[in-house]
Each structure stands twice: as C-alpha cells, then as structure tokens.
Design a protein around this ligand. Sequence first.
Ligand SMILES: Cc1cc2nc3c(=O)[nH]c(=O)nc-3n(C[C@H](O)[C@H](O)[C@H](O)COP(=O)(O)OP(=O)(O)OC[C@H]3O[C@@H](n4cnc5c(N)ncnc54)[C@H](O)[C@@H]3O)c2cc1C
Length: 467
Amino acid sequence: MTCAIVWFRQDLRLADNPAWWEACRSCEQVIPVFIDDPTPTTVSCLGAASRVWLHHSLLNLDKALQSQASRLILRQGQALAVLKTLIQETGATHLFWNRCYDPASLERDKLIKAALKEELSVQSFNASLLREPWQVLKSDGQPYKVYTPFWKALVKTGITQELLPAPVSIPRPAQWPPSLGITDLQLLPKIAWDQVMMQAWEVGELAAFKKLHNFLETSVTHYKTARDQPAVLGTSRLSPHLHFGEIGPRQITFFAQQYLAEHPESSAGVEHFLQEIAWREFAWYLLYHFPQTVTEPLDQRFKNFSWEQNFDTQLQRWQQGQTGIPIIDAGMRELWQTGWMHNRVRMIVASLLTKNLLIPWQLGEAWFRDTLVDADLANNVLGWQWVAGCGADAAPYFRIFNPILQGEKFDPQGEYVRRWVPELAKRAANEIHHPRVLGDGWNYPLPITDLALSRQAALERYARIKV
Ligand SMILES: Cc1cc2nc3c(=O)[nH]c(=O)nc-3n(C[C@H](O)[C@H](O)[C@H](O)COP(=O)(O)OP(=O)(O)OC[C@H]3O[C@@H](n4cnc5c(N)ncnc54)[C@H](O)[C@@H]3O)c2cc1C
C-alpha cells in the first residue's frame, strides 16, 4: 500500500500543483499536511498581516479538500521532527512538496531530504516559478543581474506551459492522523485589528482565479497606464495570492496568453502585465543566486554607506503615516488599513525613507514584511534595494522621487490622498499634494523634512561612495 504525505507550504492550491498532482496520481493514500514551523524566515515566521492571510488561506484549502472528502492535517513544530512523527503514525511511503527558493527553506529542505531519503521516497517540484533559477543563465554560465536580458532569456525558454488540473479524485487514508485546529496555530492577532484589513480581501484559490479573470476582462487592456495611478483599480492585486501560492505564475501566464489570443487589441497591456510577473520571477532568481541579499546590499559599495544613526522618531512618523507629506501618508495609511500599498506609492515612500531621510532600507523592508499581506522576501528585498540604489538593475542614486511631483503626476485630482488622509479631504486638487506651511491651520503635521535640502544632502552622501 503506497501512502503519500503532501507537505503544503507556499502552494496553497489544488490546481496546477505538481506535488499534489503527483501524489494523487501515483499513491493509494494521500495525506495533505501543513506544518507551522517556527524556524526563522520559513513560511510560518511571517509578519502579522501575512499570518492573518495564512489563517484564512489554510481554512480555505481545508474547505476545498473537505469538499472532496479529504482534509488538511495541521501540525506545529520543527519540520523534520514533525514529518518523522507523521511518517511513523501513517506508515507513509512517499513525501512530496513544492520547492521554496528562499535560502533558509532551501537549506532546511536539503537536510530533510538527506535525513528521510532512506526511509521513504522524497520528491520535490516547482510550483511557484516559470523556470527554475538555474535554468536561465548567461552564455558564460553566470546569472543575469539586469532585468531586460533576463526577461528575453526567460521568454526564449517558452513561458507558456501546459497546466495540471486539480485531481478529480483524492485518495484517502484508511485512518486520518490527528490534527491541530486552526486556532491552535494562533495566526490571528489577540486584538482584532485584522477585521478591518480583511474587508479588503477575499482569500483562497477560487478567489485568486476569479480575480485574475476579472482583471483580464476589465483592466488588462489599460494596464500599461492605469498601473501607475494609485486612485484607480488598475492592477491585478494578485500579489498575496501569488505569495501564498493560491495561484501560480504558470496559470497567470497561461490565461493571460489565452486572453490575448482572443483579444489581440490588448497586447500592450498583456505584455506589460507578463513583464511584471517576470519581475517577480527575477526577484526570486536573484535571491536564489545571491542569497546574502536578504540582509546585505547586492552592490557591495553600499556596505560602507553612512546611513543616519538617530532616526527613531522619523521612522515612527513614516510608519504611522504622519510625515506631513500627503502622498507618503496616504500610502502608509493604505498599508496599515488594508495590508497592501500601490506599487507606485511603494516606490515613493521607499525613496523618502532611504534617500531623503537616509534610514537603512532594511528597516523599511522589515516594516513592509510585518504589515503587507503580500510580504514576499524576494519581491520586498528587490523593491527596497532597487529604490535604495544598491540592488540589481537598481534605480540610479540620483533618482530621488519628489513626492509632490509624483503625487501631482500620478494622482492629479488628489483622489488617492483624499481617500486615505481625511484631514486633507477639502483641499483643492492643485494644493493637495503640497505639505502644509507654518500657521496654515490644517490639522495635519508639518513636513518631516525639507525635500530640497534633504535631497541635496543625500546626493552628497551617495557621491561619497561613488555609485
Ligand atoms: C519597496 C517595495 C517593496 C515591495 N514589496 C513587495 C512585497 O513584499 N511583495 C510583493 O509581492 N511585491 C512587492 N513589491 C512589488 C510590487 O509593488 C507589488 O508586487 C505590487 O504592487 C502588487 O500589486 P498587484 O498584485 O496589483 O501587481 P500587478 O501590477 O497586478 O502585477 C502582477 C504581479 O507581478 C508581480 N510584480 C508586480 N510588480 C512587481 C515588482 N516591481 N517587483 C516584483 N514583482 C512585481 C507581483 O507578483 C504582482 O502581484 C514591492 C515594491 C517596492 C517598490
């Protein structure tokens, strides 16, 4: 009798899930398992907002399994020990999982494979990337560090691939091993701040699938321009679903190409959308090849960069959306209330923190990691290093976004600012992006910094390391 344990991690879906497919296809009994593993930086060591998402996503996966007379077994503890216990309890002959590509998971999985391969068959698969990071290399065998040639090389490999369906029947064990309840994992906060945040979201595989198709039908055609306007619903908002693997990039690419075949007039939008999916791919690719970049700048010259030392108050004002710079505060409050922030605004708030305020990018990355529902090690590190100017294919050091001009350009009517900074709701469009001046009477803080002076100071500091 063959019995498989399928270890779900960041692949919380049943369709186009190669580990799940292979287990259901090849084994007589299948036990789906999620392990809340406290090892640092593995999936369970998530920020507070991501833990909330995970709670709902696990419930959702369990519901989908229950509808096919299966169920999700929840366990807590160090992954290898938990798996060993489960193997003993169930007599499992096979272990399947989909690969995670962050350095800590890769290390852990290697040890687990080595420790268990004498006991049972262990197989891992790719469910979260279009191509394995080691499959796309330059002609000299080195990894790409620049996006455009990476994208071209990726396209050459043929990014549209056949999808695996969700298995129609799920083999069950004769007896289920015991499981914790979802509340035992304590993923939800003690003070229920999550309820407001989750009003903005529907979680799970089905929701992700609906969201993709709705985005293709209503928004992808205008994506190229609308993606830069934070007041507009111009992007897919698939990022948390992608992070938790409720949908995979192969599915997105497949359905986007299918839509394109039927709507050739949407080619510019679809192409641009696929390029953003490839930025995610590039982020994971870089993290795989340069694992030190989780905490260190890819550009080594930045190791000696002299960041500010005393910044607690300024960091706190930035976190709380009290900088007195309207578009920044709107973004930071959108993040706090919904667990998400528009990409254009992520760039503007990150530029203010790392360039005007000269606060180390790692502190911004950490705040995002705790507060974003889509917090994703690779994308977050890439985003922060890109803006700070120390990553791969990064923004040049002299690109210091002016948040007033950015606001006027991308939120010309001030709708975005009005939505998130109610103190400014009555301001006219032509003044809403400007910080208040002394004595103008608005119930809104004075700006955290003089944008022109701090820009100049940053340029001088950057020049010292000759970027
Ligand atoms: C400082 C900073 C931090 C960021 N942190 C994260 C993070 O923790 N998690 C995260 O998923 N994204 C992060 N991003 C990238 C980007 O902002 C989000 O992926 C995007 O806003 C998600 O919204 P969406 O799903 O509507 O994107 P869409 O525009 O619909 O794009 C579709 C998908 O492509 C990927 N993508 C889009 N833009 C980027 C990008 N610039 N870099 C990498 N992948 C991208 C995402 O997976 C996204 O879901 C960060 C960007 C910056 C500048």
